[in-house]
Design a protein around this ligand. Structure first.
Ligand SMILES: NC(=O)c1ccc[n+]([C@@H]2O[C@H](COP(=O)([O-])OP(=O)(O)OC[C@H]3O[C@@H](n4cnc5c(N)ncnc54)[C@H](O)[C@@H]3O)[C@@H](O)[C@H]2O)c1
Length: 371
């Protein structure tokens, strides 16, 4: 007999951009019977609650998580505010889809990882790019040995400064926010996924802060290297301080993967579909009236078309709902991988600050001491 699946009572904590996208997808899913929303901002809570047809709306995530209907949760709060809602869900034994990064501090990420392991909970992290066909196909070529032994990976991520400004404005501790931790983590996750199961042993990096430093005590760009146990090299850089007029809505990426018997190059810059308009458009990331040219497809969650989100965040959300309801496997990042990603990005930032190599694994106390 076919598996009938578990009917879902979904808690969405954080009703911002991502909470709304995921909530709209969940509202269409046949196994979702009940949706509750916790959103701190009352105006936003009312607006998003109505758009996703929420059965219960509150400003308090504890009140939501305590509802008897809830049997799974999406944590979509700001990057530095994931930990409290995650802990509340762990206490109630609720499986979770947590937005990246797991936390913005390495000690908090380690605490969350430990608590999830101890509770033996199914929790995955929103590394949404894994759900794109191109990265799945690339992963398969690396996994199946088409390139031989992968020896060198290189990634270049370019972003205009809208995401950086938004992040620095929202935090009261800019030292926990960096291009690597907040955004570079997506490219890093994809490349580390392709390099699986190689073990990173050392990082080296340098940063520059001529634009965002004076304005927000922020970092513009970081370039670095990750060295692996077997000598493999991953060379990566990210700038999130390009002018606002740079046409990618968010992410523009180029990746090269070189193996002993093959090579893969991936142009993920999104310059294949270019939109130019005379009047500003209202979609994308923090729409800015001065931006009249866009690389379409460069908004990582996907695009709204014909009344629904189309793209990787829709596929990721649907597959996670299938995972908790029907037990189907997914390509989602585990909490272990998410913690490893944070550890690597923190190590790159620390190396850049020290202007010296950093040995791995990085101890959370070392980051605290350096701060
Ligand atoms: N997977 C992806 O591709 C992807 C894309 C964009 C953003 N993100 C991640 O998603 C997360 C959310 O990003 P966003 O762009 O939606 O941010 P956002 O600022 O639009 O939304 C966050 C919302 O959470 C609310 N909030 C914060 N703490 C809360 C709490 N304890 N209870 C209830 N509400 C609370 C805020 O009021 C805000 O409305 C971040 O971690 C971000 O890095 C992931």
């Amino acid at each position: 007999m076919k598996n009938q699946g578990k009917r879902l009572g979904l808690a969405i904590i954080g009703g911002g951009r991502v909470g709304l996208f995921r909530g709209e997808v969940a509202a269409r899913h046949p196994m979702v019977e009940w949706i509750g929303l916790a959103e701190k901002n009352p105006n936003r809570a009312g607006e998003v609650g109505a758009r996703i047809g929420a059965d219960f709306v509150t400003q308090n995530h504890v009140e939501l998580v305590e509802r008897s209907e809830v049997n799974c949760a999406i944590i979509a709060t700001d990057e530095h505010l994931h930990v409290d809602p995650i802990m509340a869900c762990i206490e109630r034994g609720i499986p979770m889809l947590i937005e990246k990064p797991l936390a913005t501090r390495l000690d908090e990420s380690a605490r969350v990882l430990e608590a999830i392991r101890k509770a033996k909970l199914d929790a995955v992290v929103g590394y949404t790019q894994r759900f794109r066909r191109r990265w799945l196909a690339v992963k398969e070529k690396c996994r199946s040995g088409a390139l031989g032994d992968v020896t060198l990976v290189t990634s270049r991520a370019f972003m205009n400064r809208l995401v950086a400004i938004d992040n620095y404005k929202r935090t009261d501790d800019p030292s926990t926010i960096s291009p690597m931790v907040i955004s570079g983590t997506h490219a890093l996750d994809i490349c580390m996924w392709c390099l699986e199961p190689k073990i990173p042993v050392e990082v080296y990096a340098r940063s520059i802060d001529k634009v965002l430093g004076p304005l927000y005590k922020g970092i513009d760009a970081t370039a670095g290297m990750i060295m692996f146990e077997d000598g493999t090299l991953y060379h990566l850089n990210i700038s999130w301080a390009l002018p606002i007029s740079w046409p990618a809505a968010v992410y523009s990426l180029e990746v090269g993967i070189v193996g002993t018997t093959g090579v893969l190059t991936i142009d993920d810059t999104h310059r294949d579909v270019v939109l130019a308009v005379s009047n500003p458009q209202s979609e994308g990331y923090n729409p800015d009236a001065s931006r009249l040219v866009d690389f379409m497809g460069s908004y990582p969650p996907g695009d709204m078309a014909l009344g629904a989100l189309r793209g990787p965040m829709a596929q990721e959300t649907e597959s996670w709902l299938n995972r908790v309801s029907l037990g189907l496997p997914t390509a989602a990042a585990t909490v272990e991988e998410a913690h490893r990603n944070l550890m690597l990005t923190k190590a790159l930032d620390l190396s850049a600050r020290r202007k010296a190599p950093v040995a791995l694994p990085l101890d959370p106390d070392e980051v605290k001491a350096a701060a």
